[in-house]
Design a protein around this ligand. Structure first.
Ligand code: SAM
Length: 228
């Protein structure tokens, strides 16, 4: 079966370690596990879904792709989709809000083990995800920002480790700040332009709001010109 995998999920796939068993949390169509198994990039996967409709879509796609032996679809909330004996080596949580991702990780924190890699792709509130990782014994080992359908997406990859992050690293990403890719610069230049327009619309009497906006603008300017 031809999977309809998006460029965003293809970019996520790049960070799944070769030959692991993957847990994909929130796997509404199971596109990522199907793609990885079809390409022989992983041995097997669990596609976890909490909602019945998306679970059924995942089940249908896995059955139609003939991969039922290697991709197991489980109806489960977050990390409840796996047990230690499943031997999960990587966990992807993609396409949902950053805060929800941290809630899922917190609820299953006692199940995470040192050998597991986390591949997270929040649709927003990336700073929440980074703060959570730093506070819970994970170090960010790679990051990517990509654009699809005019929207920017960040991918955050972490493994067990100690990492203290500065406020700028939490907001912009430690690896993204250092790499400053063209897409990173485009993302923040777009945000900067929006904030500068917003600033012209805040009355000068409203000093508190102006100050907060100026601080955000200055932080972006600093990040864009950041030298490691
Ligand atoms: N991961 C896919 C992607 O990136 O394209 C699907 C993203 S879809 C927008 C988010 C999916 O996560 C939904 O199908 C939703 O039901 C599922 N979801 C949300 N919270 C979940 C949880 N706690 N456990 C498992 N799945 C969850």
């Amino acid at each position: 079966m031809e999977t309809n995998i998006s460029k965003r999920l293809l970019d996520v796939a790049d960070y799944i370690p070769y030959g692991v068993k993957l847990l994909d949390v929130g796997s509404d169509h199971a596109y990522l596990p199907i793609f990885l198994v079809e390409q022989d990039l992983i041995t097997s996967a669990i596609a976890g879904e909490v909602a019945k409709g998306p679970y059924n879509s995942a089940l249908t796609n896995v059955t139609e792709s003939g991969l039922s032996d290697s991709v197991e679809v489980r109806l489960a909330d977050g990390l409840a989709a796996f047990e230690p004996e499943d031997g999960i080596g990587a966990i992807s949580v993609c396409g949902m809000g950053g805060y929800l991702i941290t809630e899922i990780l917190t609820a299953g924190l006692d199940k995470l083990t040192a050998g597991q890699r986390l591949i997270l792709q929040p649709n927003n509130r990336e700073d929440d995800v980074r703060s959570w990782l730093s506070a819970n014994g994970f170090a960010i080992i790679a990051e990517k920002v990509m654009i699809e359908n005019h929207k920017f997406y960040e991918i955050i990859v972490a493994e067990a480790g100690e990492q203290k992050l500065t406020a700028a690293e939490v907001r912009f990403g430690p690896c993204l700040l250092r790499g400053k890719s063209e897409t990173f610069l485009r993302k923040w230049q777009r945000e900067l332009a929006k904030l500068e327009v917003a600033l012209t619309q805040v009355p000068s009497a409203n000093q508190a709001d102006r100050k907060a906006l100026v601080q955000r603008i200055d932080a972006i300017k600093e990040a864009i010109s950041y030298e490691s």
